[in-house]
Design a protein around this ligand. Structure first.
Ligand code: NAP
Length: 276
């Protein structure tokens, strides 16, 4: 029997990293609205900066306000012990893990000459090593279950051959290119266990608290909402290695290839191509 439009992830347990704000928060809320129990994993337990709103507790409060189950788990994806602890807490609370969204990300929008080693390291650790650590920690559970879906949030910056239309810095593009390669490698290793692994990158700049921090009002005019990213993440969350796996593609491509549609009352669309 086909699932109704609001129970596509009923009974599933999802972890979304970087879900204290931005695209990760939108995906976490979208998953919860479709019946998933969602672990919201990021560092912010309290708002520290006035210009950077969003905490894991606020995301979970919003999930609970829509009568869904959420779990706020403080987690620094660059720290192996923190990641292991986060996954243990999710297993303790929900008993299984069906979906991992490796969404946590940072950029450093300066030239190579202006990028100190510690910034280079941080960008690679959050965007790439973080996804490696989280995938390594959840995979034994997915393999035991014989199913699962890992979604890596990548960027067209991985494909840029110059500094990109939005200058997010070369370290960011390098990290996302590595994430694309990790996607293929993970898909090939996890496929025989039923686990799907795919990457998703937005074509247009997505309005998020993080992007707002370092952009002008004028630049924001063409941005789009996270609605298309949420629709693609919902689609990918339901895949197994026997269906869609090993794909690195944009939101536009997933929409075109799989006939995806936005749910009713989508956020306003529009915007320009980006390299972030
Ligand atoms: N917005 C776009 O147009 C766009 C385009 C292409 C790709 N992306 C990708 O989409 C993802 C989300 O971007 P966004 O625009 O929504 O960014 P954002 O608003 O800045 O949110 C980034 C999230 O990552 C988390 N994070 C950062 N460092 C972390 C760490 N060490 N451990 C755990 N969580 C960490 C942050 O939470 P805490 O600070 O609470 O830890 C926050 O929740 C990123 O991977 C980004 O590269 C975005």
């Amino acid at each position: 029997m086909p699932l109704s439009s609001d129970d596509q992830l009923k009974g599933k347990v999802a972890i979304v990293t970087g879900a204290s704000r931005g695209i990760g928060k939108a995906i976490a809320l979208g998953f919860a609205a479709q019946g998933a129990k969602v672990a919201v994993a990021a560092r912010s337990e309290n708002q520290v900066r006035a210009d950077l709103p969003g905490t894991i507790h606020e995301t979970v409060e919003t999930i609970q306000a829509q009568n869904s189950q959420g779990l706020a788990v403080p987690c620094d994806v660059t720290d192996e012990a923190s990641v292991q602890n986060m996954v243990s807490r999710v297993i303790e609370a929900f008993g299984r893990i069906d979906v991992l969204v490796n969404n946590a990300g940072v950029a450093f929008g300066r030239s190579i000459l202006e990028t100190p080693l510690k910034r280079w390291d941080l960008v690679l650790r959050v965007n790439l090593t973080g996804a490696f650590l989280c995938s390594q920690a959840v995979l034994p559970h997915m393999i035991r279950q014989g199913s699962g879906s890992i979604i890596n949030i990548s960027s067209l910056a991985a494909n840029d051959r110059d500094k990109g239309m939005v200058d997010t810095g070369v370290a960011y593009g390098v990290a996302k290119a590595g994430l694309d390669r990790l996607t293929w490698g993970l898909a090939s290793e996890a496929g025989c266990h039923g686990v799907a692994v795919n990457a998703l990158k937005p074509v247009k700049v997505v309005d998020s608290e993080g992007m707002r921090l370092w952009s002008s009002e004028e630049e924001r005019q063409g941005w789009t909402s996270p609605a298309r990213m949420v629709a693609c993440a919902l689609f990918l969350a339901r895949q197994s290695s026997g269906s869609v796996s090993g794909v690195v593609a944009t939101d536009d491509e997933y929409f075109a290839w799989h006939g995806l549609q936005l749910s009713p009352n989508p956020q306003p669309e529009g915007g320009r191509p980006h390299g972030s």
